[in-house]
Design a protein around this ligand. Structure first.
Ligand code: PNS
Length: 173
């Protein structure tokens, strides 16, 4: 077997918005594969804070130093999209035991649909184990400090969208 086959992987998710935890997984995946597609589900029933186009731009902004990272939206089944991209690997971050059951179920479903595609799990760095996009939105809504939670390049976009702005002071509600 030659070495000329590119290893293509997909890091899928909602990324609404991308957090430091996501970015940690994306960067570590970028070191393992030739090409990494960060792929944003666009047909979610949830009403998102950022549109898919906005999320693509935010992720592109924080991954620009990684030339092998490409950011795209996708609709439909993840395995169909992965096949279309020639990707044999799906990479997911696992924060805690609570993530496991859902991720396990998804990976087995994807395996049944597309046996040639493997799902890899990367353990989140412990400092980001508590993080989620919903938590970021909740903290920002009440004007809390999100600077440890998301890349600094996108703090203003989130605060502008949510309407909460951290001013360094404790809020006395
Ligand atoms: O960030 P999220 O919300 O945990 O991401 C979930 C995502 C987008 C990876 C998952 O919902 C997905 O793959 N959706 C595409 C539809 C699909 O393929 N479903 C069958 C696999 S369970």
């Amino acid at each position: 077997m030659g070495f000329d086959t590119m290893n293509v992987s997909i890091v899928p998710g909602s990324f609404d918005p991308v957090t430091n935890g996501h970015l940690d997984i994306i960067k570590r995946t970028a070191q393992l594969f030739d090409v990494v597609y960060v792929s944003i589900l666009s047909n979610s029933t949830k009403s998102p804070l950022f549109s898919v186009e906005e999320r693509i731009e935010l992720i592109q902004r924080v991954t620009k130093e990684f030339p092998n990272v490409k950011v795209e939206g996708f609709a439909g089944l993840l395995v169909d999209y992965a096949r279309q991209k020639g990707a044999k690997f799906i990479v997911k971050g696992l924060r805690a035991v609570t993530d496991f059951e859902y991720e396990f179920q998804m990976s087995l479903t994807n395996k049944q649909l597309a046996p040639e595609i493997e799902t890899f799990f990367i353990t989140t760095s412990s400092k980001y184990a508590y993080l989620s996009s919903s938590l970021v939105k909740e903290v920002s809504k009440y004007c809390g400090d999100i600077s440890q939670m998301v890349p600094h390049e996108i703090i203003e976009d989130i605060e502008r969208k949510i309407g909460g702005r951290y001013d360094g002071n404790f809020k006395d509600y």
